[in-house]
Design a binder for this molecule. Structure first.
Ligand SMILES: *Cc1c(COP(=O)(O)O)cnc(C)c1O
Length: 418
């Protein structure tokens, strides 16, 4: 459920006509709906009430500070994977104690920054990282609160490139090593180990992998406790899938039921790190037609957004439904390939989209582009970085402007010998 709907054949985001935004800011742009963000947060928060989990929004899904702050005002903490994301979360008003620092490769500088900022939890992914974190904490005369991200060797049954919990993936420590890590950590003056974390992948559309992973983690908690370790926290990661094009992902309540069933009796504090499920359907990508190009076999609709603005289709073969901003109901639908101007054959935003007759400057939009969209954008082909717009009821605001060519070009500096 989202707040992008047609009214008399014209697409609206809440009470703002998309065409009105396009006229004001130009295309392409991302557009987010506050009401949809709120709704998705509430669905998740409500479902997780029964297990009393805290929600630490995975900032990497959409790290615009206006998005983070909208969710922060609703009560989320943050899951961050870099110093930059930590700084964004802090700037958006999230308390350091409610920030979880994840990621397989935290540098010493990042650890130092995070400890000095008072970040509440470090999700440690290797023995080597534990040693370094201890050194950094001791140097600062501080203690880092640590959970160990374990790799449960569970296949999330999602796209290969967003699967993270199989033993051949780079993430986490083999779950059987958890007791050894707790033992080591107990002897380290700079580390306080409090629990385990698990995150097996993204865009999961079935519950079984969650059930399997959480069960393995629950069994390990029991083992750790019988070995005399104190386990007070479990971080169950994110990963819940959303509807892009006909998927049937589990409802938050069904997900919460699996949590209750697997770890509900352990008497631990639970943290969740949802990203996509909070922001994915709260955003669209709006673009306009440059050219319609008929070849012997296909109709190519060349638009002004491209793979540099939105890379999911190219990177993951992601399927995003596409539709016109102004419905043209009289026109016959033709199978079309929506492509961008970038000089790469992979620059395809949508294949097999069924679209009406289109002309130059007609507006199209891609649905469910709120997660892993703007955050992955680049300026490849020296295209201007794409702006982001947020709608709230009848108002909209540019939450990241499109820079000028002068600004973009001024980022390069000439060496003195030229
Ligand atoms: C990416 C990531 C998430 C969020 O995943 P979603 O599929 O967007 O919910 C949560 N935790 C960690 C450690 C991640 O890397």
């Amino acid at each position: 459920m989202n707040h992008f709907e047609y009214r008399d054949g014209r697409l609206f985001a809440e009470d703002v006509a998309i065409a009105e935004i396009a006229a004001a800011v130009g295309t392409p742009f991302y557009c987010y709906s506050t009401a949809t963000l709120t709704r998705h947060y509430e669905a998740m928060a409500h479902a997780l009430e029964r297990v009393k989990g805290r929600i630490c929004y995975a900032v990497k899904a959409n790290s615009n500070q206006a998005v983070i702050q909208t969710l922060a005002k609703l009560g989320v903490g943050a899951d961050v994977v870099s110093e930059g994301e930590a700084r964004r979360a802090l700037a958006a008003g999230i308390a350091p104690s409610e920030i979880v620092f994840s990621g397989v490769g935290k540098t010493r500088d990042e650890m130092r920054f995070a400890i000095e900022a008072g970040i509440g939890q470090f999700n440690v992914e290797s023995i080597g990282e534990l040693d370094v974190l201890n050194q950094v904490a001791v140097d600062l005369s501080q203690t880092a609160t640590v959970v160990f991200r374990v790799n449960p060797d569970v296949d999330a049954q999602t796209h290969d490139k967003i699967s993270t919990g199989r033993k051949e993936d780079k993430f986490g420590v083999d779950i059987v090593l958890a007791p050894e890590l707790f033992q080591r950590a107990a002897e380290m003056p700079g580390i306080e180990p409090v629990g385990l974390a698990v995150h097996i992948g993204s865009q999961l559309t079935t519950l079984d992998p969650f059930r399997e992973a959480f069960t393995r983690v629950a069994n390990m908690v029991t083992d750790l406790r019988s070995a005399g370790h104190k386990v007070t926290c479990l971080d169950l990661g994110g990963g819940l899938g959303i509807v892009y094009d006909g998927e049937e992902p589990p409802e938050p309540t069904e997900y919460a039921a699996v949590v209750a069933e697997t770890v509900g009796d352990l008497n631990v504090e639970l943290t969740f790190e949802p990203g996509r499920v909070l922001v994915g359907n709260a955003g669209i990508l709006v673009t306009s037609v440059i050219q319609v190009k008929e070849t012997a076999t296909k109709r190519f609709v060349v638009v002004d957004a491209a793979m540099n603005d939105f890379t999911r289709p190219t990177l993951y073969g992601a399927v995003h439904a596409a539709a016109p901003v102004n419905e043209n109901s009289g026109s016959e639908l033709t199978e079309s390939e929506i492509v961008g101007p970038v000089c790469e054959t992979g620059d395809i935003l949508a294949s097999n989209a069924r679209l009406p007759a289109l002309a130059e400057n007609d507006l199209l939009y891609l649905k469910s582009a709120g997660a892993y969209g703007a955050v992955m954008a680049s300026s490849y082909n020296t295209r201007l970085p794409i702006p982001e717009i947020m709608v709230n009821h009848a108002e909209f605001s540019v939450i990241r402007p499109r820079p000028s060519f002068e600004e973009l070009l001024s980022l390069d500096h000439m060496p003195k010998w030229l």
